[in-house]
Design a binder for this molecule. Structure first.
Ligand SMILES: O=c1ccn([C@H]2C[C@H](O)[C@@H](CO)O2)c(=O)[nH]1
Ligand SMILES: [Zn+2]
Length: 138
């Protein structure tokens, strides 16, 4: 991505993998990690947090964005996401795509595999024709 050097992307990928280790997922046993790079260079991580009332589960991506907002960040450059699937790059669920696009269409999404390889995509690509704050005049 323009403006994000390779070393920073590698750091982001490493951080999302470390975050995956923290996942609380006793029901699915499907750990997910996310790491958000803010416009000012901070990295904020998240993991999925499940609940015995299954519908209350929060995905890694949304955990990360809630943390980032709560810590005062509003501008984001990139997010890296990882799960344990080795043979394909897996994107965020639809709910997470909508929550991420609330904070801009221009940030980069890195889908990663457990071996550290990654594929660059974008929120525009992941959520075409999105409903966004612009439609409410924001
Ligand atoms: O984008 C996604 C999709 C799923 N999960 C979590 C939710 C649940 O804990 C587990 C299985 O769906 O993976 C995420 O964290 N992010
Ligand atoms: Zn999700």
């Amino acid at each position: 991505m323009a403006g994000t050097d390779n070393a920073k992307v590698k750091e982001l990928v490493l951080k999302c993998m470390q975050a995956r280790e923290m996942a609380y997922c006793p029901y699915s046993r499907f750990p997910v990690g996310a790491a958000i790079l803010t416009a000012d260079g901070a990295i904020i991580t998240g993991c999925n947090v499940e609940n015995a009332s299954f519908g209350l589960t929060v995905c890694a991506e949304r955990t990360a964005i809630q943390r980032a907002i709560a810590e005062g960040h509003r501008k984001f450059s990139a997010i890296a996401v990882t799960c344990d699937i080795k043979d394909s790059f897996v994107g965020p669920c639809g709910a997470c795509r909508q929550v991420l696009i609330e904070f801009g269409t221009d940030w980069v999404v890195y889908l990663t595999k457990p071996d550290g390889s990654y594929k660059e995509t974008s929120l525009k690509e992941l959520l075409p024709l999105a409903f966004s704050p612009a439609h409410l005049g924001h």
